[in-house]
Design a binder for this molecule. Structure first.
Ligand code: FE2
Ligand code: FE2
Length: 317
C-alpha cells in the first residue's frame, strides 16, 4: 500500500465513522463501489419494472379521478428510476449497460413485481402494502453513506408516502362499497401480504450482504428488523380498514412488544427471484420491447447532439 493510498483509505474510513457522506469524486474501496452500483441499479430497475403491474390498469381506471391519481403515481416511479440511474452513473456505471443487464436477466429487480394485478383492488393494495414496505426500506436509506443515493432517496420517500396514502384511500372507498368490492379487497390482501413481507429480503441468518453493508452504513437496519417494523405498522391499518391479514399466527406479543407472525415460505422467494414467478418472463419481455421500440429516439438524440456539436465547432472556428 502506498502512503497516498493509505491516506485515501483513512479518509474514507473517517467519513464513514463520522457519519458523513461519501461523494462521487472521493476515493472508495472497489468493493464499496461495486456494492453501491449493484444496489442502486437493482433499485432503479425495480422502479422501472414496477410501473408495469399498475400501468396496465391506467386505461381501465374506474373514474377520471382514479385515472389521474394512477397516472401520477406510475409517472413518479419512472422518475424514481431516472434519479437512481443517474446516481449509479456518478459511480461510473453506464446506463446502457445497466439496461442491457436488466433485459438479459443479469441484474435483478424486486421480486414483488413478478406477481399479477388481477383487479382494481390490487392497485390499492400495492399502494398500501408494496409502497408501504418500500417506505420502511427506504426511509433509513436517506442516511445511507453514499451522498447521491441518500439525497435521491429523500425526494423518493416523499413521493412514496403519497403512493401509500392513495392506495389506502382507494381501499377505504372500496371497503365502504358493496359486498363484492369488500371481497375484492380481501382477495387482493390475501395475495399480496406474503410477497410484501418477502420484499425485505431473506432472513438475517441467510443474508449475504447485510454485515458488510451495515459496516459501511449503506444499510442501517437488518432485513428482519425492517420486516418487523412493517408488520407492526400494518396490523392497526388492516384493523382500521376491516380486512384480515392471511396469517393465523399473527398476534401481539407483549413480552417482545412486537407482533409475532407466521413462517415465510422462503422457497417461494428463491423461486421468484431466480426467474420462475408468475410474471417474470412477461415483465422482462415488456421492458425489452420498450427498449427496442425506443431505439430511434436514442439514435435521433445522438444525431442531434453530434449536429449541434459540429455547428458549435464551426461557429468557434
Ligand atoms: Fe418508487
Ligand atoms: Fe411508489
Amino acid at each position: 500500500m502506498t502512503p497516498q493510498h493509505f491516506e485515501t483509505q483513512q479518509h474514507f474510513e473517517r467519513t464513514i465513522d463520522r457519519d458523513q457522506r461519501v461523494e462521487p469524486r472521493d476515493w472508495m474501496p472497489d468493493a464499496y463501489r461495486a456494492t453501491m452500483v449493484r444496489q442502486i441499479a437493482q433499485h432503479a430497475h425495480s422502479e422501472i419494472i414496477g410501473m408495469q403491474p399498475e400501468g396496465v390498469w391506467i386505461t381501465r381506471a374506474p373514474s377520471l379521478r382514479r385515472k389521474a391519481i394512477l397516472l401520477a403515481k406510475v409517472q413518479d416511479e419512472a422518475g424514481h428510476g431516472l434519479y437512481l440511474y443517474s446516481a449509479a452513473e456518478t459511480l461510473g456505471a453506464d446506463r446502457g449497460d445497466m439496461t442491457a443487464k436488466l433485459i438479459s436477466g443479469r441484474q435483478k429487480y424486486s421480486s414483488i413485481f413478478n406477481y399479477p394485478t388481477l383487479t382494481y383492488a390490487d392497485v390499492g393494495v400495492i399502494g398500501w402494502l408494496v409502497d408501504g414496505a418500500a417506505i420502511c426500506n427506504q426511509v433509513p436509506l436517506c442516511r445511507s453513506s453514499y451522498g447521491p443515493y441518500a439525497r435521491a432517496m429523500i425526494r423518493i420517500c416523499k413521493e412514496e408516502s403519497f403512493h401509500q396514502r392513495q392506495g389506502y384511500e382507494l381501499l377505504m372507498t372500496l371497503m365502504r362499497g358493496t359486498r363484492g368490492q369488500r371481497e375484492m379487497v380481501q382477495d387482493a390482501v390475501d395475495r399480496w401480504w406474503w410477497p410484501s413481507l418477502m420484499m425485505f429480503g431473506p432472513p438475517d441468518t441467510d443474508s449475504t450482504h447485510t454485515a458488510q453493508s451495515m459496516a459501511w452504513k449503506i444499510k442501517r437496519h437488518t432485513n428482519d428488523e425492517l420486516r418487523q417494523r412493517f408488520v407492526d405498522m400494518t396490523v392497526p391499518q388492516a384493523d382500521a380498514l376491516g380486512v384480515t391479514l392471511p396469517d393465523p399466527d399473527l398476534r401481539w406479543n407483549a413480552d417482545r412488544d412486537h407482533h409475532d407472525f407466521g413462517a415465510i415460505d422462503w422457497s417461494e422467494l428463491k423461486r421468484v427471484i431466480s426467474g420462475d414467478g408468475p410474471c417474470n418472463a412477461e415483465r422482462v419481455a415488456a421492458r425489452r420491447a420498450a427498449h427496442e421500440e425506443g431505439a430511434w429516439v436514442r439514435d435521433a438524440a445522438v444525431a442531434y447532439a453530434a449536429k449541434h456539436a459540429a455547428r458549435q465547432a464551426g461557429r468557434e472556428a
